[in-house]
Every structure is written in C-alpha cells, then in structure tokens.
Design a binder for this molecule. Structure first.
Ligand code: ADP
Ligand code: MG
Length: 287
C-alpha cells in the first residue's frame, strides 16, 4: 500500500456569479488528478504557474474540500474523516510554503513558533518543549541564539529552516512542500534542498515537492508528475522523464531549464529506471 493514494481529485471554483449570486460558470482548477507516493519517496508536482499544483497540495491535506475524488493516507480516506480524525491525521501530514513567514508567528521568537505545536497538540511542558526545540533547531542547522530572534531578524534560508523544524515537531510521515526554495537566493537553495534530503534519509519522510522549476526536479525527486491546466499530462520516474519526455508540454518545460543546472547537491541524479512505467499515466492523461 502506498503512503499516499490520490484518486480522481477534482476542484472547481466559481468564476462568474450569476443573477442573485448563483454561480453560473465554473473553472476546474484540478481535473481528475490521480497519483500515488510511496514511503520515503520524493514526488515532484511540476507545471507552469496556474497548473493546479498548489490546489492539489491543499486538497491532499484537506485544507480545502474536493468536489470529487479521494485522498487515502496510510490507508485512511482523508476526505471522509470527521474533524477530530482529520486533526489527528494532519499531525502526520505537514506543509511548508514558499513564504516561511506563513508558518511562523511574527510576534514570537522563532524558537517559540517551532515549539508551539508541541504544546498545542502534545500538551508538552515548557522544559520538555525547550529541550525538543533545541534538538529540532540543531537538526535543521540553526544555532540556539537564533531561536531567540524574531522572524524579521532572520535570513530567508534561516526562516525556511525554522519552518521545516516546526513541521518536524509533529514527526510527520508526509511533507507537502509548496515551492519551498522559490523565494530563496540561488546560493541558499542548494543548502535547504540538501537539508530536506538529509531529513528524508534520517526520518524516512515522504515529500510531495511542488515546483514550477524543473531544474530542481532532476536533483530532488524520484518521480515527477507534470501538470497543465489542472490535469496530469505525464508522470514517471524522473530519469526517464528527463531522458525521454513523451509529451510536447514536458519537452517545452525541459527546454526552459537553463544549462548547466546551477545547483550542486549531495544527491546524485537518479539512474535511469530500467523499466520506465509511463504507460498507465499516459493512458490516464488521455481524454
Ligand atoms: N481560491 C480560489 N478561487 C478561485 N480560483 C482559484 C483559487 N485558488 C486557485 N485558483 C485558480 O486555480 C488555478 C490553479 O491554481 P494553483 O493551484 O494555485 O496553481 P499553481 O500552484 O500550479 O500555480 C489558477 O488558475 C488559480 O487562479
Ligand atoms: Mg502554486
């Protein structure tokens, strides 16, 4: 059983309000999206801006309600959970955003933001909280003096590290990372990606890595799902997708990558998969 099984997800938004506010036209932001993610794997969700990547990520965590489809996490259908069940499940599924400010309280020292979930969800006392926070900050490479500073005093890279530490407090199995390095300087990007990679190895994390930037996909992901206008265009192991994209859309995305890839990561590019399994995805992508 895959850790994450997404099937037939649909999300529509009203685009024009009709007479007396009745929605007349609908725009389909996510259109019949089906994919899986295995434990410990990084699945990249790629595509141009507006493709429906972030909406898909939010649907997976049920931060928004789908119009159709299911999300099974560790065998449990997240889309039918009640509030209490969802609350418990969410501890195991965390999200990190392009803008780390969105998960850190500007009025709290960073260390306290990181520790907050420990008090809220686990009722952990102050002493234990401080100890666990120090551990987590160490894990993400933030020195303890930084813990006492406020978000406005931190660099982009430090902020994203702190946001990652906060996500880790709940010992999640899945992290949905929505453009986690897009706002960072190029020099800091590789550091944060390396951190994410190390954390994955250490904690067996599964990543749904959302990005518009295919050059990241090559170094961070095992598999990629290419989206365009709400639909999956193509999906498969990154190596085979890069070596032999089947769809013109994927080729166009690949052609847009500046060469050489301006990132040096510890991770070696994945070796070509001996049996690229693109057929089912391509079938599914057809109308
Ligand atoms: N809350 C919303 N209301 C209306 N339209 C939305 C909303 N959220 C996203 N959309 C639209 O859905 C489409 C997909 O958005 P999004 O998932 O953010 O794309 P991506 O992350 O790939 O850039 C876009 O056209 C966007 O304008
Ligand atoms: Mg987005």
């Amino acid at each position: 059983m895959s850790l994450l099984e997404v099937e037939g997800l649909v999300k529509r938004y009203p685009v024009r309000q009709g007479f007396l506010g009745r929605a007349k036209e609908w725009f389909t932001a996510v259109d019949d999206v089906t994919f899986t993610a295995e434990r410990g794997e990084t699945v990249a969700l790629v595509g141009e801006s507006g493709a429906g990547k972030s909406t898909t990520g939010r649907l997976v965590l049920r931060l928004i309600e789908p119009d159709a489809g299911t999300v099974r996490f560790d065998g449990v259908d997240v889309t039918t959970l009640d509030r209490a069940g969802l609350r418990r499940m969410r501890l195991r599924m965390q999200m990190i955003f392009q803008d780390p400010y969105s998960s850190l309280d500007p009025h709290l020292p960073v260390g306290e933001s990181v520790a907050e979930p420990l008090a809220v969800h686990f009722g952990m006392g102050r002493t234990d909280r401080l100890r666990r926070t120090a551990e987590l900050l160490d894990v993400v490479g933030i020195s303890s003096d930084v813990a006492e500073r406020y978000p406005a005093e931190l660099s982009g890279g430090q902020l994203q590290r702190a946001a990652i530490a906060r996500a880790l407090t709940m010992k999640p199995d899945l992290i949905v990372a929505d453009e986690p390095v897009a706002a960072l300087d190029v020099s800091v990007r590789a550091q944060v990606l390396n951190l994410m990679y190390d954390l994955q190895a250490e904690f067996g994390l599964t990543y749904l890595f959302i990005t518009h930037d295919l050059s990241l996909v090559e170094v961070i992901a095992d598999r990629a799902i290419v989206m365009s206008t709400g639909r999956i265009v193509e999906q498969g192991p990154v190596a085979s997708l890069f070596a032999a994209p089947r769809e013109a859309y994927t080729r166009a995305l690949l052609d847009a990558i500046p060469r050489p890839v301006p990132l040096s990561l510890r991770r070696q590019p994945v070796r070509p998969d001996p049996e690229p399994d693109l057929e089912p995805a391509l079938e599914a992508a057809k109308d």
